[in-house]
Design a binder for this molecule. Structure first.
Ligand code: ATP
Length: 471
């Protein structure tokens, strides 16, 4: 027991616990070794290099024991969703012919005290029996979140059991525990200390080269038209995860079947990208005229500011509803960026606020259409203040646990950034009002404009003095 807390969770009779355990055992058959290998995981070269040592350890444990070296017990993969964390864990088991025991943190979250802990114990018992084995716990934050003074007896017992199990391997038992989370900042320190999950590997979204390789993995069993340029597709899918890319390849294949094609062509890939980015096209959506006009100005505002501020290049603007959105602008960044300046972040916010700014300017009032834009803009501003030290509080950053105490100060800084950007968005669009009207009316007529069409419209205005482009 790590520490005592007030117990507010309901207790279960021992007989009931035994019955639930039995059910657990019945529902979970032993998993075979996965067939996934490292070559199925595209990109992530540095991570794979790091893992080679662990793989060698599982394959030849005596070599390390002779030297008195201890096997690393826990590896923690952290990073955004869909980036290949589960795939990598499967590949480790596949490469080492180990038994694979996947679980999700949420499976251990139970209402009844003791059930989660029992499940952890059962999982580890099975893995030890099948050694060498790999236990993979996805969403480990569901059970490994920082313990607080607020009591949750069941959660604490489950986490404690996990810690006890990780401490308790015998040297001849080769069991590697791999945890995965999107939120490493939430994890309890006890879980991260040496001897437990002490190897942390960040699995981020793929860069352009890795995206190309991931796309190649996912089209290798599909008939692809020779005109499809995978390099170009990789460039156009900036910011997407491996899961998005595998989804695009699959959607393109389904579309090719629907279009009675023998091969998957560039049209199918284009449609698949749009579907993944913006959701399903709502062909029969009825948008009233007034709303269509509002959406035209809103999207024109985004696209125009993107051009004026020279942020990511616009590849398409549309007011054909897709998913929940009544319109959208697709951007295709030229290159992967790892460092972004204050000015560039503010430019991004201005582009995000461009839709609302255009509505304000033209109609004198704003609509609910900017909900998602506002979320994204505020999230960038929050990161600038709390993580990047890019506010008036210069070079200060705020740990998540401190934010509650400094909320009004942080909120004031976020407000400063958002207000400044919004004023700039309005003023830039005001200076280019003719152009805004022109782009919006073309969009209203055609409903979709390509990046090239937008460039042509802008070219007409380039010589006019009121259209000033950012340097
Ligand atoms: P989450 O955090 O949401 O659990 P994850 O990081 O575990 O996601 P995976 O389940 O491993 O993501 O990936 C989802 C799918 O995306 C995989 O089944 C695979 O098809 C594809 N994928 C992701 N990354 C890669 C990659 N590097 N190479 C090949 N395919 C990938």
């Amino acid at each position: 027991m790590y520490y005592m807390k007030l117990d507010r969770s309901p207790q279960l009779e021992p007989v009931q616990i035994m019955k639930m355990e039995k059910d657990d055992k019945k529902s979970k058959t032993d998993k075979p070794t996965p067939s996934i290998r490292f070559h199925d995981v595209a990109g992530l070269e540095e991570v794979k290099e790091e893992l080679v040592e662990i793989i060698d350890f599982i394959k030849n444990p005596e070599k390390y024991y002779k030297m008195g070296a201890k096997i690393p017990k826990g590896v923690l993969f952290h990073g955004p969703p869909g980036t290949g964390k589960t795939l990598l864990a499967q590949a480790i088991a596949g490469e080492t012919a180990s038994a694979f025991f996947p679980a999700s943190g949420s499976e251990f979250v139970e209402k009844y005290v003791g059930v989660g802990a029992k499940r952890v114990r059962t999982l580890f018992e099975k893995a030890k029996k099948e050694s060498p084995s790999v236990i993979f716990i996805d969403e480990i934050d569901a059970i490994g979140a920082k313990r607080s003074t607020e009591s949750n007896n069941e959660k604490d017992q489950t986490l404690n059991q996990l810690l006890i199990e990780m401490d308790g391997f015998h040297s001849e038992q080769t069991v590697i525990v791999i945890g995965a989370t999107n939120r490493i900042d939430l994890l309890d320190d006890a879980l991260l200390r040496p001897g437990r999950f002490d190897r942390h590997m960040f699995i981020g979204n793929p860069d352009v080269k890795a995206r190309e390789e991931i796309l190649k993995v996912h089209i290798q069993n599909k008939p692809i038209d020779a005109l499809v340029d995978i390099k170009k597709l990789a460039k156009r899918t900036h910011g997407m995860s491996g899961a998005h890319l595998s989804n695009i390849a699959n959607e393109a294949a389904i579309l090719a079947v629907r279009n009675n094609k023998k091969q998957i062509g560039i049209d199918e890939f284009n449609q698949a990208i749009e579907k993944v980015v913006a959701g399903l096209q709502r062909k029969n959506a009825v948008v009233i005229e007034k709303e269509k006009r509002t959406v035209s100005f809103h999207e024109a505002g985004h696209a125009l500011l993107g051009k004026l501020l020279n942020t990511d290049s616009v590849s398409k603007i549309s007011i054909v509803p897709r998913g929940e959105a009544l319109g959208y602008v697709l951007y295709s960044p030229e290159e992967d960026r790892y460092l972004i300046t204050t000015k560039e972040l503010k430019n991004k916010i201005q582009v995000l606020l461009g839709g609302r700014a255009a509505e304000q300017l033209i109609f004198g009032e704003v609509s609910t259409g900017a909900r998602d834009d506002l979320k994204k803009a505020n999230s960038i501003a929050y990161q600038m203040v709390c993580e990047y030290g890019m506010s008036n509080l210069v070079n200060r950053v705020f740990d998540i646990s401190l934010i509650k105490n400094c909320y009004s100060m942080i909120d004031g800084e976020i407000k400063n950034i958002i207000d400044e950007c919004y004023i700039n968005s309005i003023s830039k669009l005001e200076t280019n009002l003719d152009l805004l009207n022109r782009v919006s009316s073309e969009l209203y007529e055609k409903e979709t404009l390509t990046g090239e069409e937008l460039d042509l419209i802008i070219k007409d205005f380039e010589n006019k003095p009121e259209c000033c482009f950012a340097t």
